[in-house]
Design a binder for this molecule. Structure first.
Ligand code: HEM
Length: 332
């Protein structure tokens, strides 16, 4: 049900954009107003989320540890699994963000005949996730050519490398193939794995289907419908310079607006969805803190001020009882 609703929502978005720019002729709405609103919602929503997270108190060091902590000199320790300082924490974060290191560790427990508990290493999710994210990033970077003149050298180089297969015309990008394979795996995993299906919500299916929609509509533009790239670039640069070009708006077909509308929905939805893990990973205290729990004494800042009682105070309180019992107070 969750999957069906999410799927229908994405189909609905496609139809809205196709009808809006085809029959209704609302090019200015879909080509100017919607992109600006989407970016505004994205920026405000993103900043709001980050501020909320950044203001959350983190009184203790709670990094995820997966190895021996730095302690006595003669004990070997694992700096990446249990980083003791800023440098090692930074390195671990870089490896996490670029290589999804903690997902690589992914293991699964299964009850086999016997009964026997078996732990197995699962690398498919790591591979599928990594390929999807890298391909997505490279595709977005390649899109810079629609917004810049001259196109940055790295974006051009990326395009050359990405199209090195030189099959199809226009040539097939490896990243397009990679993202489609990875997305297929990610969708099938949600459908075919009973435990994953059980915990999957509409908030899991919707962004996945939306991204599939973005990629398929983009691929359609490139490989099947052959959009007028010059008009797209005029539109992109016009939007960026806050001078949208009316001729460019009319120069691109409804297929392009479907792609753009799905992208705008993704951008506007981003700050309110699980996709915010993009910003969250950097603010997660399980990742961005060094483990100095043995090196430094951490005092809970919320402890009430401690009013202690000394031995002197105690002797003063009970001096009569102590004298009656026949004991001699040490201070006498
Ligand atoms: C989240 C952002 C976006 C994603 C993930 C995305 C994804 C894709 C993909 C996978 C393709 C297939 C060909 C390729 O890889 O270049 C494509 C093509 C295309 N996209 Fe996007 N897109 C995004 C944003 C945009 C935006 C904002 C525009 C508006 C300028 C746009 C315009 C186009 C056009 C015109 C094509 C056809 C390219 C060609 O014929 O070479 N895309 N997109």
């Amino acid at each position: 049900m969750n999957a069906l609703v999410s799927f229908l929502l994405v189909v609905g978005l496609v139809l809205i954009a196709a009808a809006g720019t085809g029959a209704a002729g609302l090019q200015t709405l879909f080509g100017v107003v919607v992109p600006y609103v989407a970016i505004l919602v994205f920026l405000l929503g993103f900043v709001r989320r980050i501020v909320i997270w950044a203001r959350a108190p983190v009184p203790f060091r709670i990094p995820t540890t997966a190895g021996q902590q730095k302690a006595l000199d003669f004990l070997p320790y694992q700096p990446l699994e249990n980083p003791p300082g800023a440098g090692t924490t930074f390195l671990r974060m870089v490896l996490e963000v670029l290589c999804f290191r903690s997902l690589f560790r992914n293991t699964r427990a299964e009850m086999r005949e016997g009964p026997r508990l078996v732990y197995a290493s699962r690398k498919w999710l790591w591979l599928g996730g990594l390929v999807f994210h890298w391909a997505f990033l490279l595709i977005v970077l390649r899109h810079l050519r629609f917004f810049t003149e001259p196109v940055p050298g790295f974006a051009e180089a990326l395009e050359r490398v990405d199209g090195f297969f030189e099959v199809l015309l226009p040539e097939l990008y490896v990243t397009d193939l990679a993202i489609l394979v990875a997305l297929t795996y990610l969708v099938l995993r949600r459908f075919l794995s009973p435990p994953v299906r059980y915990i999957s919500q509409a908030a899991d299916y919707f962004p996945l289907f939306l991204i599939v929609g973005v990629v398929l509509s983009g691929a359609y533009l490139r490989y099947l419908s052959r959009t007028d790239i010059v008009a797209v670039k005029a539109l992109g640069m016009g939007l960026l310079s806050f001078h949208p070009d009316p001729a460019a708006l009319r120069g691109v077909g409804a297929q392009f607006y479907v792609h753009l509308f799905l992208v705008c929905t993704l951008i506007a939805y981003f700050p309110f969805s699980k996709l915010m893990h993009l910003g969250g990973v950097f603010l997660s205290p399980t990742r961005n803190l060094a483990n100095t729990n043995r090196l430094t004494r951490h005092v809970n800042p919320w402890n009430p001020p401690l009013k202690g009682r000394t031995f002197e105070d105690w002797m003063e309180d009970f001096k009569e009882e102590i004298a009656q019992a026949g004991y001699k107070l040490e201070r006498d």
